[in-house]
Design a binder for this molecule. Structure first.
Ligand code: AHG
Ligand code: MN
Ligand code: MN
Length: 341
């Protein structure tokens, strides 16, 4: 009888194995990913009991996005600030919930990584107990030493060294990539460990589902309206029959379902949101790295998300992401229409 625990691989062990793939990667990187996983375990505990303690609801603050800050947004941001980079390997932290980055300098640390994160994604769903998540991305600094520069922060997703998210849902799952496949871990609360449950995730090339907030329909361009209608009627490309519609309103939850089952998630530009709603640096770019490493694709509608060079921390960007064939089809439609084809 094989030992039932012989297959248990926790995320710390897996990250170490990933480190072996990157010659010259020091324990710094492994320690950083483990600090992020640790932070999300703490957030997961608070999320699971949010209804029991006075942490539901909104604060009286409005963030730089112009959105009311939820108490759990604040709490999650504080946890990330407290535990991520405490080993001196991080020189800068940037968050959806902070106007500007936080600089960290350590006497004997390597100061070589930058972490950009959305501490809690899908905040509007917290009080309704709908799945929410944390999104993180890791860059290496470009500047040599000292205070990091704007260039260190405004790097394209193509230069990410790692990206991942944790989804706080019916179970808590951590999904991450360092560029060598996408791997999923499910939190076993009885032992407090993220255990490998979804090794080497590959996303279907074709969609069965489209995800978009159709309430924004009137604000879309004619081209976007036609594309979404094509998904409904099955006119969308020869191999795209009519798709099912699924929309949760938490990017992490919509993305995770599409990653596993196949699907295309869209947050297009609209009259009220000319650059779309989602943020490039801490939502679109990390998700683009993950989906590309799972065989999918992420586009602005005209070019790869991963090639966009950010101009500012909280920059928004239209996002089409998921099954490769579906996203490429959308990009082809929009590009041809822009050329009058
Ligand atoms: P956040 O809670 O971090 O601000 O993100 C919310 C985002 C994203 O999670 C989701 O896809 C999108 O908002 C939903 O927007 P709509 O409610 O406009 O559909
Ligand atoms: Mn978000
Ligand atoms: Mn958020």
């Amino acid at each position: 009888m094989p030992n039932p625990t012989s297959k248990l691989i926790n995320v710390e062990t897996h990250i170490l194995s990933q480190q072996m793939l990157h010659p010259g990667a020091s324990g710094d990187f492994t320690g950083l990913l483990n600090d992020i996983a640790f932070s999300c375990k703490i957030i997961a505990k608070e999320v699971s009991r949010a209804g029991l303690v006075d942490i539901l609801g909104a604060t009286d603050q409005v963030n730089i996005q112009g959105e009311t800050v939820q108490k759990l947004d604040d709490y999650s941001n504080d946890v990330m600030l407290k535990f991520v980079g405490r080993r001196g390997q991080v020189c800068m932290l940037a968050s959806e919930e902070m106007d500007d980055p936080v600089y960290m300098t350590s006497k004997n640390g390597s100061d070589k990584y930058i972490v950009v994160f959305d501490p809690l994604d899908g905040s509007s769903n917290i009080d309704a107990n709908v799945s929410i998540g944390t999104i993180f991305s890791i860059y290496q600094r470009i500047s040599r030493k000292g205070k990091p520069t704007e260039e260190d922060l405004l790097q394209p997703g193509r230069d990410l060294v790692a990206a991942g998210y944790v989804i706080y849902g019916s179970s808590t799952m951590l999904v991450y990539t360092t560029g060598a496949g996408v791997h999923g871990f499910t939190l076993d609360p009885t032992i407090g460990e993220f255990l490998l449950s979804h090794p080497d995730i590959k996303t279907p090339f074709d969609s069965g589902t489209y995800s978009v907030n159709e309430g924004r329909y009137n604000g879309w361009s004619p081209e976007i309206k036609e594309i979404v209608n094509s998904f409904k009627t099955g006119r969308a490309g020869k191999d795209l029959k009519g798709l099912g519609a699924r929309y949760i309103g938490s990017l992490v939850a919509d993305f995770h379902r599409n990653l596993l089952y196949g699907g295309i998630f869209m947050y297009p530009a609209s009259e009220s949101a000319p650059d779309g709603k989602l943020r490039l640096l801490y939502e679109a770019a990390p998700m683009a790295m993950i989906v590309e490493n799972a065989g999918g694709y992420a586009s602005t509608g005209y070019m790869p998300i991963s090639d966009v060079i950010p101009e500012k921390l909280h920059q928004r960007i239209p996002l089409f992401i998921g099954s490769r064939n579906s996203v490429l089809w959308v990009e082809k439609q929009l590009t041809e229409k822009s050329k009058g084809i």
